[in-house]
Design a binder for this molecule. Structure first.
Ligand SMILES: [Zn+2]
Length: 254
């Protein structure tokens, strides 16, 4: 199992019920900050989600957090291969997340500038943040980087860029105890272990909504579920439209 725990592989730690347990443990201890504010008072937490695959799972987590009074920041891709903020349903989901009291940030994929001889990252980040603000109808004050470890020759490690807080920068992560569920498992200590550790008085938790599902399953299957859910939605939307308008739908699969 490559040294990863059995829990990580089966996904038993990554159900929505397990998530509710760790959110209520965090809520009992920490005060939750927005990325544009900082505080040295008391026990504080930055609660970050990078939406790589599934805004639908993001909304499920946002509801769990709101029920415990937890403020999270959802970082959203404008140039994703897996969802589009311009789909009416996705825009609606993001605005529901805002209505639950959460913040929205930009999750930036530097690959979109790869074709430029001298990439204009700052211009593109400003553009995507402005577009995101227009869709979600709220201000965007921070951004994170998508797959920063795969970027070659790109650091983008400044604390601020085009007036936005760089929530991925090493200075910010170094100021907190950092925990991430990247690839659908805990690489080091689990988030629940860190919340239970009295020495962790400044916590920076990064989770990705696609890894948290109703039923336990291995990480690759969790991802597949997101991809197939989107495909099924597209199929039934098309079939529904034809049925509603009494149009022939020749060759439709039963
Ligand atoms: Zn990402």
């Amino acid at each position: 199992m490559n040294g990863f725990s059995t829990h990580a592989v089966t996904g038993i730690d990554f159900t929505i019920d397990a998530y509710a347990v760790l959110v209520s443990a965090a809520a009992a201890r920490y005060r939750f900050l927005r990325f544009a504010e900082s505080s040295n008072e008391g026990e504080v937490a930055l609660w970050r989600h990078d939406i790589d695959f599934s805004p639908q799972r993001a909304l499920a987590l946002a509801r769990v957090e709101a029920a415990s009074g937890v403020l999270a920041t959802y970082f959203v891709q404008v140039s994703s291969r897996y969802y589009s903020i311009f789909e009416p349903e996705i825009g609606g989901i993001l605005r529901k997340i805002v209505a639950l009291g959460h913040d929205i940030g930009l999750h930036f994929d530097a690959e979109v500038c790869a074709h430029q001889a001298a990439p204009h990252y700052d211009r593109r980040i400003a553009f995507e943040a402005r577009v995101l603000e227009e869709v979600v109808e709220c201000s965007v004050a921070a951004f994170t980087l998508h797959n920063p470890t795969t970027l070659v020759g790109v650091s983008l490690n400044e604390p601020y860029l085009v007036g936005l807080v760089n929530a991925s920068c090493s200075d910010m992560r170094a100021a907190y105890a950092y925990c991430s569920d990247s690839n659908g498992l805990w690489r080091f200590r689990s988030l629940l272990e860190m919340i239970a550790d009295s020495s962790v008085d400044r916590l920076y938790a990064l989770t990705h909504p696609e890894w948290w599902q109703a039923e336990p399953m291995p990480p690759r299957q969790r991802l597949q579920r997101c991809i197939e859910g989107r495909a099924q939605f597209c199929s039934s939307f098309y079939d529904g439209l034809l049925a509603e308008n009494n149009r022939p739908n020749i060759g439709v699969q039963p």
